[in-house]
Design a binder for this molecule. Structure first.
Ligand code: UD1
Ligand code: MG
Length: 433
C-alpha cells in the first residue's frame, strides 16, 4: 500500500515500476512467442555461427509493444495531482498563475507516443518487406511529423545560441527558421539508421542502445535539482527512457551471445526514435549527439558505401572463420578499372589508415590458359567493408563475436564519459553556463 501510495504521488517511482514490469514481461514473452515468428517465416540465419542456425527475427516488436503499453498505462501518473486532492492542488497552482490542466504537456506525451508507434510500425514493415536503403531514410522523417507539429505549437523556438568562438562571425543567436525543423527530422533519420548500421553481431544493437539510454538517464538525473523548466523537460525524458531501459534489458537477455532471437530493424528504429523524441522535446539534442559519437563515426566511415561510391554488399558484417571460430573483417571485391569516386574514397581512407587494400594475387596464374572474359573477372582488388566493426577487427586482429560486441560497448561507454566531460567541463569554453 505504501508503494502504491508513493507511486500515485511520485510519477518517477511509477515509471521505475513500469520499467521493471516491462523488463519481466518482455523477458517472459519473447521465448513464449518466438516459435510463432518462425512459423510465419519472420526469421534470419545467424551468419556468424558454424551451422548458421535459423532464429526468430523482429523481436523488437514484442519489446516495443510492451513499452508502448507501459507508457499508455503510465500517462495518468504525471497528471495525478489534477485528478486527486484537486482543491489543494489548484490553490498551489494558482500561486504559479497556471490554474488550468497542462494540455500542452499531455500533447507532448501523446505526440511522442504517436511518433514512436509509427516508427515501430514502419520498422516492422521494413522487417517484413526488406525495404530498399534509400526508402529507409524516409521512414523516420514520416514518423517524426507528429513530433514536429507539437514542437511547433508548444515551443516554436527556432533560435539557436551560437558557441562563443563563432560569435564574432554571426552574433550571439541565429534563427534557423524552417531549417530547425529539417534539423529535427534529420535527427530522427540519423538516430534510427545509425543504430541499424552499427549492427550484425549478437547483442550489439541493444547493447549500444542501452548504454546511450543509461547515459541519457544519468544526464537527466543531474538536472533534477535545477530550475523548473529544465526539471520538467528532463522528467519528461526520464518517463520515456526508464521504461525503455527496462524492456531492452528484458530483450537483451535473449539476444546476448549466443543469440536465441534477433531484434530486427523494428528494434533499431524504435530505439533511435526514442532517443530522437527525448532529445527534441527535452531540448538536449546537442548532448545527445555527443552520446552518438561511435554511430557518427560509423556513419561517416560508411558514406562511400551507403552512397554507392564504393560497392556496398547486402551484408557488411564481419566474416566468420569456421577454422579459428573467430570473426575476421569482411571484404568487398572491386572490379578494375576503378572509377574516380571509388579511387578518391580509397585514397582518402587509406591516408588515415582506415582501410586495408588487398591486391588480387592471381597474377601468378598462367593467364594464357584463361579466356579473355575470365581474365577480366580476375582483375580486381579487395578492401575491407567500411564499418566500425570491421575496423576494430582490422586494427586488433580476429576475435570472437562476444569479445567484439564487448569492444563496441566499451567504446560506447568511453564515449559517454567523454560526452559528460565535454558537456560539464569543456562547455564553459563554448557557452556561458
Ligand atoms: C544492416 C547493414 C548490413 C548488416 C546488417 C546486419 C548497412 C548499409 N547495412 O542492414 O551491412 O550486415 O545491418 O544486421 O550497413 N544478423 C546476424 N547476427 C546478428 C544480427 C544480424 O547474423 O547478430 C543477420 C541475420 O541474418 C539477420 C540479418 O543480419 O537476419 C538482419 O539484417 P537486416 O537488419 O535486415 O540488415 P539491414 O538493416 O538492412
Ligand atoms: Mg537491420
Amino acid at each position: 500500500f505504501v508503494i502504491i501510495f508513493n507511486t500515485v504521488h511520485d510519477p518517477l517511482s511509477a515509471s521505475i515500476g513500469f520499467s521493471l514490469l516491462g523488463c519481466v514481461i518482455t523477458w517472459r514473452l519473447v521465448p513464449e512467442l518466438k516459435e510463432n515468428f518462425i512459423k510465419i517465416n519472420l526469421s534470419g540465419k545467424d551468419l556468424n555461427k558454424i551451422n548458421k542456425p535459423v532464429i526468430p527475427e523482429s523481436m523488437g516488436i514484442i519489446c516495443a509493444t510492451v513499452y508502448l503499453i507501459c507508457l499508455f498505462l503510465f500517462i495518468p501518473f504525471p497528471f495525478m495531482e489534477w485528478f486527486t486532492d484537486k482543491g489543494k492542488v489548484i490553490t498551489r497552482r494558482e500561486e504559479f498563475h497556471s490554474p488550468t490542466f497542462p494540455h500542452h504537456k499531455l500533447g507532448e506525451f501523446l505526440s511522442a507516443m504517436l511518433s514512436l508507434q509509427s516508427m515501430v510500425l514502419l520498422g516492422f514493415v521494413d522487417d517484413l518487406f526488406d525495404i530498399r536503403w534509400r526508402y529507409k531514410l524516409l521512414l523516420p522523417t514520416i514518423a517524426s511529423i507528429p513530433l514536429l507539429m507539437v514542437y511547433y505549437v508548444n515551443f516554436g523556438e527556432t533560435h539557436i545560441v551560437l558557441p562563443i568562438p563563432l560569435r564574432f562571425l554571426f552574433g550571439g543567436y541565429i534563427d534557423l527558421g524552417y531549417l530547425y525543423y529539417l534539423y529535427m527530422s534529420l535527427m530522427a533519420v540519423f538516430c534510427t539508421n545509425s543504430i541499424n548500421i552499427l549492427a550484425g553481431i549478437n547483442g550489439v544493437e541493444i547493447g549500444q542502445s542501452l548504454i546511450i539510454a543509461i547515459s541519457i538517464a544519468i544526464n537527466d538525473l543531474l538536472f533534477l535539482n535545477g530550475s523548473d523548466p529544465a526539471v520538467e523537460a528532463h522528467l519528461f525524458s526520464l518517463y520515456f527512457i526508464i521504461p525503455f531501459i527496462g524492456v531492452s534489458l528484458g530483450l537483451i537477455m535473449h539476444n546476448w551471445y549466443p543469440s536465441r532471437v534477433f531484434v530486427g530493424d523494428t528494434y533499431c528504429y524504435f530505439a533511435g526514435m526514442t532517443f530522437a523524441v527525448v532529445g527534441i522535446l527535452a531540448h538536449f539534442s546537442k548532448t545527445m549527439i555527443l552520446f552518438f559519437l561511435p554511430q557518427i563515426f560509423n556513419f561517416a566511415y560508411s558514406v562511400p558505401q551507403l552512397f554507392k561510391l564504393v560497392e556496398c554488399p547486402r551484408h557488411r558484417m564481419p566474416k566468420f572463420n569456421p577454422l579459428t571460430r573467430k570473426l575476421e573483417f569482411s571484404k568487398v571485391k572491386l572490379q578494375k578499372p576503378l572509377n574516380l569516386p571509388t579511387l578518391l574514397s580509397l585514397k582518402l581512407f587509406s591516408t588515415f589508415g582506415l582501410i586495408k587494400i588487398m591486391e588480387n594475387n592471381v597474377n601468378n596464374i598462367d593467364k594464357k590458359k584463361i579466356i579473355d572474359d575470365d581474365k577480366k573477372d580476375l582483375d580486381y582488388i579487395e578492401v575491407n567493408n567500411f564499418t566500425l566493426l570491421n575496423l576494430i577487427l582490422l586494427k586488433f586482429g580476429p576475435m570472437n563475436e562476444r569479445t567484439l560486441t564487448i569492444c563496441v560497448l566499451i567504446i560506447q561507454v568511453l564515449t559517454s564519459c567523454l560526452a559528460f566531460f565535454i558537456r560539464y567541463r569543456l562547455v564553459h569554453l563554448f557557452y556561458e553556463i
